[in-house]
Ligand binder design. Sequence first.
Ligand SMILES: [Zn+2]
Ligand SMILES: [Zn+2]
Length: 361
Amino acid sequence: MMDACFGIRHRRNAGKATMPPASGFFIDVDHSNGVQPSEGHCANWSAGGRGQGLTSGADRNKLDVYGLFCGSCPHSFIRYMEDVTTPGERLNYSECMVQQMLRDIPPHVPIIVSYDISCKLAGRFCDPRLTFVLPALHVYGHVLRCQLLFGIRATESVGLIDGESVERIWPPFRRFGPQVKEMAQDNRRNFLNYVADTMNFARIMSIITVDEFLQKAGESRETVLSSLKAKPTAATSKKAEAIRSLYRVACERQYLIDHAATERGQRMNRLLTVTNQKLLKKTRSIVAKFNGLHQSDQLDYQDFISPNSEGFQQLLHINGDIAQKARAVKLRDLYFRCKEESQRVAAEATTILSDTDEDYI
Ligand SMILES: [Zn+2]
Ligand SMILES: [Zn+2]
């Protein structure tokens, strides 16, 4: 999957690079030839490339990098990055990345390339290993011909992969946009390589097998269902109300903590610290108020500091973990229904066939 993000830029005069920029995940794109879209392409393409409208005249004078182009596997592991050094997203970026894939990926491995405008790239390659597809959501921006020829749902062997994996990389990446814009080029690349490495590593740590997943989801099922069936009493609803307020405060604090990591956040560090302390005080006062009214059922301040804290496990509808578990339960249900369906269809087909045989006799 490949895509560009125009939030990760670089100011031409920012910092002085002391070393040539490290490559790491980065590929440098050759712009000596303008890559033209293949025959019969969709109309939503202008000669200068996509995303031009996002770059003002002032930006063109100030910037030397306009965005980041990224390639990932279906699990959102970052594999390649390229600096977008033209004011729009040209086909050079994607073509160069696909060429790199052909060099890196062993020759017996088929490659499915999912890109928002795959229909324009497909005709430029004749390597039999390559299949070009349009991602599941982006496909609706294309004409019917593209939807049926290139849509990922019309492609064999991909299952329900949506081809949108890079989109899931941008949210954590984007918040570093203002910071990397002002870095020297060498530091900027080192930093982005480091972010990519860290994100990949975190994903490796979270991988589990299908069997493990099914077992865990099966265990969660009982918890989720019993929580859903339980009717709240008046006392528990008061408690729920308090915990919900605590959750809102914890989320707000988490947001400020995350924001402190950005360049803008660092500039307003003092304000963020003061606001954070105020919010902690608010948490304390909500807990104290509840404990004052309910002698038998006490809350502990330490259990409600961050949105992931223990205390929030008690509540189903405000609890991200239960929502996550519910998703796992749904996925497990879907897995079994899919299995059943194939058996059901096979059984039905056999019946139809045997009926037909009898008719002929
Ligand atoms: Zn198209
Ligand atoms: Zn993968």
